[in-house]
Write a protein that binds this ligand. Structure first.
Ligand code: ADP
Length: 273
């Protein structure tokens, strides 16, 4: 957006005539928007966990607290500090991506390995079984390995978090036509129909009584969407047949070229565009 502002002749160092200054305000507006967003996060999202941390720290420091309770208070402090850390990291990640400052390292990535690595990370850290259904042989996409890991990590984390009473989640990787389809299915709370179109919007969280206790920032799916956009991929949601959620990622399959049995990696591969 451009706007014109008349200035006085003294300011312009002229003794007669008109002068209009034309300034591109797009950048300024973006900065204002960021500032407003940040102020609103600080006021809502950062203050609550900080107040909890300070409150419990004060009790621990100033009163004689029984050992059992001490441990409980410290666990709460730890949980809230973690929440703060996730919020800040997610917010900075998304900001970096949106402003184009995120550097992506594209290379052929075997999606099967990404799935296995993420499933392994969650192993033993929670009570659900993670069922994997993977194709035989490698399933390549041309992608940034770490960012794809982040996508899958966020989706698996949600599937586990929003299905507290379920025993398992399923991750399926299969081939479509020229595409790889990665599905993450849970058997949990599901998503109300009127929330579906807002799911990938920053800070959006479904506000139902059944999930008020479940912590989160509302940034996980926005980050997923942002990364998939850069990879020219797609993500869709559909409800599970009985309950729960199914998120499906579509990415173009990358067919590595090989010479004499060796895989040839082409840095600027036209077939990727
Ligand atoms: P959050 O940090 O709140 O989990 P996300 O951006 O990852 O943020 O998700 C946005 C909202 O979408 C969540 O608050 C949750 O209500 C809903 N949601 C996401 N994934 C699932 C899922 N697998 N099952 C049920 N609800 C989900």
């Amino acid at each position: 957006e451009l706007y014109a502002r008349p200035v006085t002749l003294e300011q312009a160092g002229m003794d007669k005539g008109f002068l209009f200054v034309i300034r591109d305000r797009t950048e300024e507006e973006k900065i204002d928007e960021l500032k407003n967003e940040f102020v609103s996060i600080v006021s809502h999202e950062l203050r609550t966990p900080l107040a909890t941390i300070l409150g419990f720290m004060e009790i621990l420091l100033n009163r004689d607290v029984h050992a059992d309770k001490q441990k409980k208070y410290m666990q709460t402090i730890f949980k809230e500090a973690n929440r703060l850390s996730t919020l800040i990291n997610d917010f900075l990640d998304l900001q970096r991506m949106e402003s184009g400052r995120q550097v992506y390292h594209f290379a052929p990535v075997d999606l099967r390995l990404v799935v296995e690595e993420v499933a392994e990370q969650w192993n033993g850290k929670q009570s659900h079984a993670i069922h994997l259904e993977l194709p035989d042989g490698p399933a390549y996409v041309y992608a940034d390995h770490d960012r794809l890991t982040q996508v899958l990590h966020n989706l698996v984390s949600n599937a586990l978090k929003y299905s507290p009473a379920a025993e398992c989640i399923d991750i399926r990787l299969r081939r479509g036509e020229g595409q790889l389809l990665l599905e993450i299915q849970d058997y949990g709370l599901g998503i109300p129909a009127d929330s579906i179109d807002k799911l990938f919007t920053k800070f959006f969280r479904v506000d139902n009584s059944d999930r008020r206790q479940i912590g989160g920032t509302g940034l996980g799916l926005a980050i997923v969407k942002e990364i998939l956009d850069v990879h020219k991929g797609k993500i869709t949601f559909r409800p599970g047949p009985e309950k729960g959620s199914i998120f499906t990622i579509e990415l173009k399959e990358y067919i590595p070229r090989s010479i004499g049995g060796k895989i040839l990696i082409l840095e600027d591969d036209d077939s990727l565009a």
